[in-house]
Ligand binder design. Structure first.
Ligand SMILES: C[S+](C)CC[C@H](N)C(=O)O
Ligand SMILES: N[C@@H](CCS)C(=O)O
Ligand SMILES: [Zn+2]
Length: 325
């Protein structure tokens, strides 16, 4: 293997900050793939022609997207599997059985590795339980969020990601609810046997979407003691307000000063879950240069962009990372 194992890289090179890619689902949409559907950005992979015709238009779009993020400086990239849980896929596409699902996910992971080559790192991304009911920006998980069987929901995707050597890291993204967070944190190395991170979905007022404070999250993690899964490499924020993201990351850093962090905010636009469109919010008060510096100052080791950020944004992230490391 050309690249060092990620855990080793983060430990042995404490000044290294990895540049992540940008918002894949929305970038695919910019390039002509209609992602407004129940499996969202997984949609092109469900079409047989994606695999049968290597020059299909959709395949070229996804390859072009990976290429442009790498040209912009990304050195750690994601599989497009945010809304590819077994539940989402089997309820909304012709892929109904576990073997067919496993086959699909394996093809997506292996294709992504081919796109990014052996030098770059690959993250197997897993959206939250709330993604399939579109409540990752509210955290409203119904009357008894503590009773949801999160493991059952994640297991098929997780088991495949654990064992596929093309993946360096598993990424739980946009987690908005503390019960879901606690469930993930309770899983030991038998369930999560590969390095992983958790990206929190945080309101612009600085609390998790369900109201949990960063201080409370810090206490939950500290309270794990020696039950903490050693594969938890990073904690951070994703798809959060661009303007507020440095303040939010700083509050997470105050709560957990020794924790390696990651940050990939969205463009600042706000998602309309009914119409599946993005609406302008407030003007950008900061530049990537400013936010990246503040992320690095509080211990960020992976920095990139989430929804509605493009290769042009990642080029700015990359320039700032070079400047401040
Ligand atoms: C991060 S959001 C834009 C993903 C899409 C959402 N869960 C939906 O289904 O519309
Ligand atoms: N990795 C996903 C995150 C959605 S919030 C994407 O970029 O589409
Ligand atoms: Zn996002």
């Amino acid at each position: 293997m050309v690249r060092l194992p990620l855990k080793q890289l983060l430990l042995e090179d404490p000044d290294k900050v990895l540049v992540l890619d940008g918002g894949q689902g929305t970038e695919m949409e910019n390039r002509g793939i209609k992602v407004a559907n129940p499996v969202w950005s997984t949609i092109p992979f469900v079409d047989k022609s994606f695999w049968e015709d290597k020059s299909s238009a959709q395949r070229r779009i996804v390859e072009g997207m990976f290429d442009d993020f790498m040209k912009a400086g990304a050195e750690i990239l994601m599989t497009v599997t945010y809304q590819a849980s077994f539940k989402s896929v089997s309820e909304n596409t012709p892929i109904k059985t576990l073997p067919d699902y496993t086959n699909l996910l394996t093809k997506i992971v292996d294709f992504s590795r081919e796109c990014i080559g052996e030098d770059n790192y690959l993250i197997g991304t897993i959206g939250p339980w709330g993604a399939h009911v579109c409540c990752e920006f509210t955290g409203h998980y119904g009357p008894r969020p503590e009773s949801i069987n999160y493991y059952e929901y994640f297991r098929p995707q997780l088991e495949l990601f654990n064992t596929n050597d093309n993946l360096d890291l598993i990424g739980f993204e946009t987690i908005p609810n503390v019960h879901e967070l606690k469930a993930i944190l309770s899983w030991d190395e038998r369930i999560l046997s590969k390095p992983f991170y958790i990206g929190l979905s945080v309101h612009e007022n600085g609390v998790l979407r369900d109201g949990t404070t960063m201080e409370q999250i810090g206490n939950i993690i500290k309270g794990l003691g020696n039950r903490r899964n050693p594969n938890l490499l990073l904690l951070g924020i994703n798809c959060v307000s661009f303007n507020e993201s440095p303040n939010i990351l700083e509050s997470l850093h105050r709560a957990l000063p020794d924790m390696p962090l990651l940050a990939y905010p969205n463009s600042g636009e706000v998602y309309d879950t009914e119409k599946k469109i993005w609406n302008a919010n407030s003007d950008k008060l900061n530049s990537w240069d400013t936010v990246v510096k503040r992320y690095i100052d509080c211990g960020a080791r992976i920095i990139g962009g989430c929804c509605r950020t493009s290769p042009a944004d990642i080029a700015e992230v990359s320039a700032a990372v070079k400047k401040y490391t």
